[in-house]
Design a protein around this ligand. Structure first.
Ligand SMILES: C[S@@+](CC[C@H](N)C(=O)[O-])C[C@H]1O[C@@H](n2cnc3c(N)ncnc32)[C@H](O)[C@@H]1O
Length: 248
């Protein structure tokens, strides 16, 4: 692909082109997770009420929730993701905010799927203050469900991967530093729009966690915790775990 223009060279989280590609090519994640997540809600006796979806992205899971009769408040830091979500989940209330700062209303459940809590904005100390606020906002018996990237025990992940679609190419370089509990993804995006190849670059800083530290933070906030490798039949990728925390 010839590179005709360079747009959006600064690091932004899910700018227009990466948001478009994420929705079109990686939406299978939230679509695949949705049936297992809905089953978890039913098992917990949560059949209606408000679900807060943190890092709602392009709104695929939020749309599945409204289709199933739940009220949804979707929160995301990326305006481009929210623009897509307005079409995907037209009945959800969508808010542009950081999940670390947004005011959480009283609700039946909170979700943060697709590693939404892992992104490090450099300003927040960790997940426990968020867990504590979520515990205060959830109804009795309410559920908090999310997945995270786990820290490597020894050598960190270090690889490059190129993925192509009909009119785009994404090249990701992943470098994990386990001693610092961080993982950096440098993402080069080329998207053909009309006659033009648009190029953008994003750097995503992600925090990594140990299963024990997350379980212990959740228990300190009064949750009971269960951990799984996915949502129902849908398995998460390597070094990912799903946490299901229930308020007594
Ligand atoms: C990998 S995407 C997953 C999106 C969606 N949950 C899904 O499963 O398709 C991660 C999402 O988290 C959002 N995100 C990252 N950090 C955030 C923050 N501090 N506050 C709100 N949203 C955030 C990103 O903008 C992105 O939409």
């Amino acid at each position: 692909m010839a590179l005709n223009s360079l747009t959006d060279p600064v690091s932004e989280l899910y700018g227009a082109d990466l948001a478009h590609i994420h929705h079109a090519a990686f939406g299978a994640f939230s679509a695949g997770a949705a049936p297992g997540l809905l089953a978890l809600f039913c098992q917990a006796g949560i059949h209606d009420g408000l679900v807060v979806d943190l890092g709602c992205g392009s709104g695929i899971w939020a749309g599945a929730l409204t289709d199933a009769g739940y009220g949804v408040l979707g929160v995301d830091i990326s305006p481009a993701m929210l623009r897509i979500a307005r079409h995907t989940a037209p009945r959800a209330i969508l808010v542009h905010a950081s999940l670390f700062e947004v005011e959480i209303p009283r609700c039946a459940a909170v979700t943060a799927i697709g590693e939404a809590m892992s992104y490090d904005d450099g300003r927040h100390p960790g997940l426990e203050p968020l867990f504590s606020r979520l515990a205060d906002s959830l109804d009795r018996g309410g559920l908090l469900v999310f997945d995270l990237v786990l820290r490597s025990a020894h050598r960190g992940m270090n690889y490059r991967r190129r993925t192509r679609g009909d009119d785009w190419t994404v090249e990701v370089e992943v470098i994990e530093v386990p001693e610092a509990s961080t993982l950096t993804r440098t993402i080069e995006v080329i998207r053909r729009v009309g006659e033009e190849d648009r190029v953008s670059r994003e750097v995503h800083r992600v925090r990594t966690f140990s299963r024990k530290e997350v379980e212990s933070s959740l228990r300190d906030c009064g949750f009971s915790v269960r951990v799984s490798r996915g949502y129902g039949d849908y398995r998460l990728g390597p070094q990912r775990l799903a946490f299901r925390a229930r308020k007594p």
